[in-house]
Design a protein around this ligand. Structure first.
Ligand code: NAD
Length: 317
């Protein structure tokens, strides 16, 4: 089995993909502009893990990382996320678009067997149906979404033109106790803060419905798509099953496991307005039919797992 390169490997999701691959007995190279990360403490001593510091905007550094490490699969997770992208659209273009182009070119030149790419349901713009499938057109009104649509189309182009085995999942918000920033972070923090014994004053109202997925299922989606049978895949980009509940329903479910939980709703008008324009639910039928993806963590399993991590002392802060 060849090695995996994870761009953005020191990040929240990249580090969890690395942990999963190491647990599966694979070798992993993390490529990241960062030099330190609180997310890799549980894996940094593993001898099968290598960290390469580099910038995806630099083509030579991407090429070198792929060539020198005999890379067989790239999990291309490095990116600027929504808030950072909006704060600096030009940098977001360079990192998310040029970086993706560099990864695809490296995959083409060095015959990498698979490129796995996480896109986002933020690629859908305003005026969409409540439930989105892959046929809904993407007109994002934010730079992050724009760069991810470009990444999706570029990956499809490399597949059709050069046979690069590009495979992509569009994620909703990813929940984990480590995820405490970003507009959709209330989905995580609403569990984390009560689990830490603290009051959570959220910026949304009870009716906001922002789809999400637990981090373990996000990792599972990427790894199972990498190993999906090519003959069964009818497309390169998939929507997947998500958890879709209102903030009020999530708060009620948290209280079921933490009866003392104090969750107060202090809605921020602007935040609520933006979240209400997002898709309310996602149709993951094709991912299920073509590569068998189903959530293993529903709302209650997600809550229990976050509480468990806090109780084990894995999460501080
Ligand atoms: N977290 C979510 O809710 C979510 C939802 C949908 C899609 N995604 C996608 O999943 C991927 C991982 O997200 P995450 O939550 O782990 O984000 P993160 O911010 O924790 O990780 C991103 C990593 O990319 C690295 N990076 C940034 N610029 C770089 C550059 N120029 N060169 C090399 N590395 C660079 C950062 O240092 C960071 O470690 C991203 O592509 C993101 O768009 C995340």
């Amino acid at each position: 089995m060849g090695k995996n390169l994870i761009t953005g490997g020191l990040g929240f999701l990249g580090s969890r993909v690395a942990k999963r691959l190491l647990d599966d007995g694979e070798e992993v190279v993390l490529f990241d502009i960062a030099t330190k990360s609180r997310f890799i403490k549980d894996i940094e001593e593993d001898k099968r893990l290598k960290i390469v510091q580099g910038d995806m905007r630099n083509f030579a550094q991407v090429i070198e990382a792929v060539k020198d490490n005999d890379i067989d699969c790239i999990y291309h997770l490095g990116a600027l996320l929504a808030n950072e992208a909006e704060a600096s659209p030009q940098t977001a273009y360079e990192v998310n678009v040029n970086g993706t182009y560099h990864v695809l070119e490296a995959a083409r030149l060095f015959k990498v067997s698979c490129v796995i790419f996480p896109s986002t349901i933020s690629t859908y713009g305003p005026g969409i149906p409540d439930v989105v499938n892959e046929d809904v057109v993407q007109y994002p009104n934010n730079m992050y979404g724009v760069t991810k649509v470009i990444g999706e189309r570029l990956g499809e182009y490399y597949y059709h033109r050069y046979g690069v085995n590009f495979r992509c999942v569009r994620f909703p918000a990813i929940v984990g106790p480590e995820r405490t920033t970003g507009l959709s972070s209330y989905t995580s923090v609403m569990i984390l803060e009560p689990a830490m014994g603290r009051v959570y004053r959220t910026y949304v109202d009870e009716s906001v419905r922002c789809p999400f997925i637990y981090k373990n299922d996000a990792v599972n989606a990427l790894v199972s798509l990498r190993y999906a049978d090519e003959a069964c895949l009818k497309r390169r980009v998939y929507n997947i099953e998500v958890i879709s509940c209102t903030a009020g329903e999530e708060a009620a479910a948290v209280k079921k496991y933490l009866p003392e939980a104090k969750i107060e709703f202090h809605p921020d008008k602007k935040a609520v307005e933006i979240l209400n324009a997002w898709a309310k639910d996602v149709d993951g039928t094709r991912a299920f039919q073509e590569w068998g993806f189903r959530l293993q963590y529903g709302l209650e399993e997600t809550i229990k797992s976050v509480i468990d991590e806090v109780r084990k002392g894995n999460i501080t802060g």
